[in-house]
Design a binder for this molecule. Sequence first.
Ligand code: ATP
Length: 362
Amino acid sequence: GKGIAVFTSGGDSQGMNAAVRAVVRMGIYLGCKVYFIREGYQGMVDGGDNIVEANWSSVSCIIHKGGTIIGSARCKDFRERAGRLKAAKNLVDNGITNLVVIGGDGSLTGADLFRQEWSSLLDELLKNNQITTEQREKYKSLQIAGLVGSIDNDFCGTDMTIGTDSALHRIIEAIDAIVSTAYSHQRTFIMEVMGRHCGYLALVAALTGEADYVFIPEEPEENWQKTLCDKLAQERNSGQRLNIIIVSEGAIDRNGDPITAEQVKKVVVDNLHQDTRITVLGHVQRGGNPSAFDRILGCRMGAEAVMALMEADENTEPCVISLDGNQAVRVPLMECVKQTKAVAQAMADKQWEKAVSLRGKS
Ligand code: ATP
């Protein structure tokens, strides 16, 4: 059977454990040897106890847990060829030539680069007498499949990333809680939510939490202060006892300058004299149990990643497993990464409409 390793890299998200579990069990079911690599690329570079064979029961009782049981990290060493050379040696030592990488666009870019270099890394290891000629031949190609774990839903090519739905659950629970206290005291609450440069969490939270106003990076407004105050005043005049405003952490104005919860509060207090409070949700959004949706998404994507690796050979382009119209499908990894980067560039260039159209369905 093939040697497959699974690891999680970059920021954690709910549902990663479901994906890890599915990779392990589908791999074993199909007769592969499956390994965990702990602490992302750092564990791959350091080797030793960081690379361990998994069995059926090592992934029992993890599907309901948030985060990732095998640890995640950011790793400087892997950005250098010397680090990737060490990683290649550790993989060959363990007979691993297939990788399931669960992470964001950075982690996937690193995996793609590693695959492109694989042959030359093995040549160097052979030259240094760190591997044998037989090993050079036996492990001559590396296959990779990517899964996107992120609460931000900021990756092009998939309808949903693993973790987004659970984060939304955390956010709307918090909004519901805030609404009841805001109602009692006729207060206005400004809630800052995560998402980096993507307004998905803020927008969906605003729609489902019945917010009065939302600030997202993709739609910076001219003269937002007036529009906001008019809207809040209108809501209060029609008898509403509270106001909820959602601010995405990446919210900006037409100049591209950040709009912060503090700025919004000042505008509301100065103009409307409402009793106004700020709640920053922070890492609560990334924690807690994964929703049923994220569990099943992780399961489907993990299983499909193993299927893709089983069918792959040295001529197969690396893929990302994506959700497209409720189907788990394989899409070209580097095309998705390129498009994701193009979105970031369009945002930086203040071409917001272009960014939205490039981002596509998600
Ligand atoms: P998140 O969306 O949570 O930030 P990410 O995967 O984009 O996840 P990064 O910090 O960009 O997070 O990348 C994670 C790790 O992947 C890095 O610490 C590094 O080890 C590796 N990596 C990222 N980009 C590259 C690259 N261009 N070359 C080699 N390795 C890379």
